[in-house]
Write a protein that binds this ligand. Structure first.
Ligand code: ADP
Ligand code: MG
Length: 620
């Protein structure tokens, strides 16, 4: 709740709307206690007095009634009616929507067709018809407005309920012996509540307006009772000569609707965790870059990353996810990047082609020299030409990176056509050739399949084929085998290794598994808490890890044939990006060889031979 208030208060417009609404609420609901004149007392000698006349702050109307008093009493009534209508239609609509969505089939059909009938008429027309049947009056106007808004809630809530009703936790609830009613109340309702709140907050302004509309036409509140719509209707007859009688209720309607809508939008944003972290706002095709570093002397390297730091900006602060990362990859080399989950591997890999989502991502420092050019100084068009072309990616979960609605073949063709202007059939030939290269059986069947029809291993092979489409020189594989079982994992690894040798590819291979890295990498970088803690030849790190993090991490890997032993774990958890302590060794509090100096001294990456380690007392 406090978090929610914080989010709302950071959204200036929502805060303005909220305060406006509260102000209007407080003043209008206090009107019985304020020293106001009776809103219905007429005084013909004081007709059409202008605002700021003596005794009448907002002037008077055509019967000499005090406009200030009528405005406040009227606002109170309009708010009451509008909000009641919103609550009624939210309750009925949500119940109908939940039942339709949860039970489905016939129930769904009957309820939704009834809703469709309601929707078949234009809102206002339907409301008019309902009032015509029920007879004019504020109560009937409220019922009419509530009725015509039911479909809005029912359809929204039904959609959400259908998705939730098919989730595993509902099955689990059923298994635990709950009946349908209990499931709806305990499992479904908490999940749809935010949607109901958001729908109310975004429609209540509209309902106040509709009620005012009916009163304006004389079908809502009846004289002498004032509400905003009827005041506007009465003012209409003297609009030209005495405009203030219309402007005053008009301005109030305007303020209420603006306030409610701004506040409603704010609630919606605050309840959506993605919006509040800035993820859905202005997604940019290239990560925001604030680095001014030029590329350094070693222009001849194939890929040379220098002092790369990438951060996420949220809660008004900058949180570094990878700090001062430097490494080189040579042509045909496979570099392993290893570390626990959350250590900044993916962020580093995505930064290479500026794919970290901005906002909230920012590259704050560094240079990335790819074949003599600094990627961080390129414009978007040139970076786009690199992606999927000279540098391509293979991600962990091919089911979420392949398009679910497009057949495999089409997706492969698309990948090719994006970068190579091709003749007819060229893309098809290339695609099939690649599927053969990654050892897919029954190429023609796979070509015409959708991603969900393939097994995990096949999907990952398709992703690899796609990554190879445009003859890349560098492949960045971000945990490509983590989602696969061990035998398929071995096949994929040997496939990547073979391709690398055949085509002279360079690979940046990310994993959290030492076993996997040792199989295909020449060199290895170990990351912890966003920093490189050790770098060296794969063989020597595997044989003699120097950083205690590396050795403790390797202890956790089971070895076949090494006899019975208890598999150790590393106690504690890695630092999160919001931890700001930058003194001493990041790993110190989990290290089995910690000494006092580890907590107080600055620990730098130090070179020894062709390996580097960030530790004051490394294993020797
Ligand atoms: P991994 O090493 O498992 O690939 P990542 O590079 O994905 O880890 O993440 C590094 C850190 O950055 C993590 O602590 C994660 O919480 C943080 N992070 C990643 N993406 C975002 C994001 N969009 N917003 C905020 N923090 C993020
Ligand atoms: Mg990752």
């Amino acid at each position: 709740m406090i978090n929610f208030l914080k989010l709302i208060s950071r959204n200036k417009l929502a805060l303005f709307g909220g305060l406006l609404i509260i102000l209007i609420f407080v003043i209008s609901f206090l009107s019985p206690f304020l020293p106001l004149k009776d809103p219905d007392i007429t005084k013909t000698s004081d007709r059409y007095l202008l605002p700021f006349s003596e005794g009448y702050f907002l002037g008077t109307d055509h019967l000499g009634r005090d406009l200030l008093s009528r405005l406040l009493w009227g606002t109170r009534l309009s708010l009451l009616v509008g909000i009641s209508a919103a609550l009624i239609s939210a309750t009925i609509g949500s119940i109908l929507g939940t039942i339709a969505g949860f039970y489905g089939n016939k129930t769904d059909n009957i309820i939704m067709r009834f809703i469709d009938v309601l929707m078949a008429f234009p809102y206002i027309l339907l409301a008019l018809a309902i009032v015509a049947v029920l007879g004019p009056g504020l109560f009937n106007a409220m019922i009419a407005v509530a009725l015509v808004n039911i479909p809005f809630f029912a359809r929204n809530i039904r959609g959400v309920t259908v998705t939730i009703a098919n989730k595993e936790f509902i099955d689990a609830a059923r298994l635990s012996g709950m009946n349908n009613f209990q499931i709806i109340i305990r499992e479904i309702f908490p999940n749809i509540l935010p949607v109901i709140v958001v729908t109310i907050s975004t429609t209540v302004g509209w309902m106040i307006l509709e009620t005012a509309g009916l009163s304006f036409l004389g079908l809502g509140s009846q004289p002498p009772q004032a509400d905003l719509g009827s005041m506007l209707g009465e003012g209409r007859s003297s609009l030209i000569v005495h405009p203030h009688t219309s402007y005053i209720p008009g301005a109030m309607i305007f303020l209420i609707v603006i306030g409610v809508n701004l506040f409603g939008d704010g609630i919606r944003d605050a309840l959506d965790p993605r919006l509040s972290k800035g993820e859905l706002i202005k997604p940019q095709p290239v990560t925001l870059i604030k680095s001014k570093s030029k590329i350094s002397e070693d222009r001849n390297n194939f890929l040379s990353v220098k002092n790369l730091s990438t951060a996420f900006e949220f809660d008004g602060k900058t949180h570094l996810a990878s700090k001062n990362i430097s490494f080189n990859i040579n042509k045909g080399e496979c570099l392993g990047l290893i570390g626990e989950s959350g250590s900044g591997k993916s962020v580093t890999a995505l930064s290479i082609t500026c794919l970290v989502a901005s906002p909230p991502g920012v590259i704050t420092d560094g240079s990335i020299n790819f074949k003599g050019e600094n990627i961080l100084e390129m414009d978007y068009e040139n970076i786009r030409k690199l992606r999927g072309n000279k540098i391509s990616y293979i991600f962990q979960d091919p089911l979420s990176t392949l398009h679910p609605l497009i057949k495999i073949g089409k997706q492969l063709e698309e990948a090719y056509n994006e970068h190579s202007a091709s003749k007819e059939n060229e893309a098809t030939e290339r695609g099939k050739e690649l599927l053969k290269l990654v050892q897919i059986p029954n190429i023609d069947i796979v070509w015409n399949s959708y991603p969900h029809e393939l097994s995990g291993g096949m999907r990952q092979r398709v992703s690899i084929a796609m990554a190879l489409t445009n003859e890349p020189e560098l492949i960045i594989a971000d945990e490509p085998t983590t989602a696969l079982d061990v035998t398929v994992q071995a096949q994929i690894l040997s496939l990547l290794d073979e391709l690398r040798k055949k085509k002279g590819l360079s690979i940046l291979f990310i994993s959290h598994d030492f076993g996997v890295v040792s199989q295909i990498c020449d060199r290895v970088i170990v990351m912890y808490g966003g920093k490189i803690v050790e770098e060296g030849k794969a063989e020597s790190i595997m044989k003699k890890p120097r950083h205690h993090y590396t050795s403790q991490l390797m202890e956790c890997v089971p070895h076949i044939g090494s006899g019975k032993r208890k598999l150790p774990t590393i106690m504690g958890s890695p630092p999160s990006i919001t931890d700001k302590s930058d003194i001493g060794c990041l790993f110190a509090n989990r290290c089995l060889n910690k000494k006092n100096e580890c907590l107080t001294l600055d620990v730098q990456l130090t070179k020894k031979g062709d390996s580097e380690v960030r530790c004051l007392f490394p294993n020797e």
